[in-house]
Design a protein around this ligand. Structure first.
Ligand code: FAD
Length: 502
């Protein structure tokens, strides 16, 4: 028999006693995937007395599609009535005010517009208006030239009218997911990163989930594995759907461009998606993109000149004054495009206790809080006799953002911890105190990009050119690692290989 490695033992005293008495310990729920979907479900499930574990193959939460998208909380006029996308988008959107307050993540209701650049396109926005009315989306209306130019003064001169959806908003997708998981962990959920599901076997009363780290025995498995959801599904059931990774590429423009855009601005949609958009971000930058390109590689996050040219050209139709020389970064994200063309949410036929939350393409981010409510009901039905967690804590606090604090608070922070007086990132004004906090939280960052996601050093104009090495040093010091061991982002993304001089 193999001896268990020390780090593989992850049992509380109750479980140990249970096993010593001859029982087979089973955890209640295992969630595959620590993206916005897995995170939302974990947080919602933590309102009940359940033994829950979230696992992810990556070394951080929100490292899949959740970290690379348009960050829009869509109003919900777009999805076809009767689809799960329409249902969850509208419900999810309405949950963002309360959720963002409870968990202290950035969310702004900017409103969105879909621009008609010709009288033919006007017919299109009228169709969207009717769909919005069918989907019960509050406040949707068509605005004509004059009002359009008043609310969005820099809009292109070809614009003749627009569909305005005042309830659309913008969010920090990874901040939201980190907040969800920090709160879930605070409420007792376990999080195992660097843990990849390799196989799932049916056993009496549940499943054995085989990973690269250890095996888990669980009563209920929730498949929230993004672009891999069809593969994970096929570990327990026949193929009933497939996922195509549909890549979208973006420009991030410097905050100098932030003043040019008030709303999320869409052009009329095409068959492949909602069309290229231009939007402010919650931190004052401008995002332009995405295009849509079907791939076979589920990991290909590369960007290409040809596709970025396409994005630039189309964005300029919306806001001609955008200055693309102020571009500070390009990135790509992969939509999990399902063959069914709708979200797939439910217990799998013939695989009792296995729940799919698959094909969660856009508007997945907007829908996540509402999807989580339904998935929790399905899980409760499977588990039976589930009690409320009376100790549930609904709130989680974001770290102090030193630069935005009052003079008194700044002085207090520095008096308590002098590292708040040490400015590390001069583009975004981030102090060492904030970085140390981001490392030592219950879902702390362990990589340079992990710190960037949590408190933004490296998000500014120099993109980490100056602060990157300092962050590496702080990470190494705080985590007790060598500088060479600190990676940029994913596993093996080493930055340094060794010293060049003695
Ligand atoms: C270009 C683009 C633009 C978008 N814009 C918007 C938008 O503006 N608004 C909106 O609402 N939605 C948008 N979306 C959709 C939204 O981003 C997704 O719906 C959402 O992020 C999906 O979250 P997820 O948790 O399902 O997937 P992910 O974030 O990909 O999480 C899945 C996780 O599962 C893990 N995993 C996979 N396989 C395994 C395994 N075998 N073992 C362990 N872990 C595994 C992965 O590492 C990953 O972390 C956009 C998507 C893209 C790509």
């Amino acid at each position: 028999m193999k001896s268990a490695k020390r780090q593989d033992i992850n049992l509380d005293s109750f479980s140990v006693l249970f096993i010593l008495k001859g029982g087979v310990f089973m955890q209640d729920v295992l969630i595959v995937g620590a993206g916005v979907i897995g995170g939302s479900i974990a947080r919602e499930l933590s309102k009940y007395n359940l033994d829950i574990v979230v696992i992810d193959k990556e070394n951080d939460v929100a490292n899949g599609t959740t970290k690379a998208n348009s960050a829009i909380v869509h109003a919900g006029y777009d999805a076809v009535e009767g689809t799960l996308m329409a249902k969850y988008n509208a419900l999810g959107n309405a949950m963002f005010d309360e959720l963002s307050k409870e968990l202290d993540f950035p969310f702004i209701r900017t409103g969105s517009i879909v621009v008609a650049s010709s009288e033919e396109e006007r017919a299109h926005i009228e169709d969207l208006l009717n769909r919005g009315i069918e989907n019960n989306i509050p406040g949707v209306k068509i605005v004509e030239q004059e009002e359009l130019r008043r609310i969005e003064p820099k809009i292109g001169k070809e614009a003749v009218a627009a569909l305005l959806a005042p309830t659309a908003g913008i969010v920090g997708p990874w901040e939201m997911t980190i907040a969800l998981l920090e709160n879930a962990v605070d409420n007792g959920v376990k999080l195992d990163l660097n843990t990849e599901v390799l196989d799932i076997e049916k056993i009496e009363g549940g499943y054995k989930v085989v990973t690269n780290k250890r095996d888990y025995k669980v009563k209920c498995v929730i498949n929230a594995s993004g672009v891999y959801a069809d593969k994970v599904h096929q570990m327990v059931a026949e193929k009933t759907f497939s996922i195509i990774p549909r890549r979208g590429q973006y420009f991030v423009l410097d905050k100098t461009q932030g003043e040019l855009v008030n709303h999320v601005i869409f052009q009329c949609p095409t068959k492949l998606g909602k069309g290229v958009l231009v939007t402010p971000t919650v931190h004052g930058n401008v995002l332009a993109g995405p295009d849509a390109e079907d791939l076979s590689d589920r990991e290909d996050l590369g960007t290409t000149t040809e596709r970025l040219d396409f994005v630039r050209e189309h964005s300029l139709k919306s806001i001609p004054e955008l200055n693309f020389r102020e571009g500070i970064r390009n990135f790509a994200g992969l939509r999990a495009q399902p063959s069914t063309n709708d979200f797939i949410v439910g217990e799998v036929e013939g695989a009792k206790g296995f729940i799919n939350v698959a094909g969660i393409k856009s508007p997945g981010l907007s829908s996540a809080p509402a999807i989580a409510l339904d998935v929790v009901e399905i899980a409760k039905e499977i588990l039976g006799n589930v009690e409320l967690n009376k100790e549930f804590k609904a709130n989680r606090k974001h770290h102090y953002e030193f630069i935005t604090e009052t003079a008194e608070k700044k002085a207090e922070l520095i008096a308590e911890d002098s590292r708040y007086g040490n400015m590390i990132c001069r583009c975004e004004n981030i102090t060492e105190g904030e970085i140390v906090d981001a490392i030592h939280r219950n879902v702390g960052g362990t990589t340079v990009d992990g710190i960037k996601k949590r408190c933004r050093p490296g998000m500014g104009r120099c993109q980490g050119g100056f602060c990157g090495p300092k962050i590496q040093e702080i990470l190494a010091r705080e985590l007790g690692k060598s500088l060479e061991e600190i990676v940029l982002d994913r596993e093996n993304s080493y930055i340094l290989t060794g010293e060049t001089k003695g």
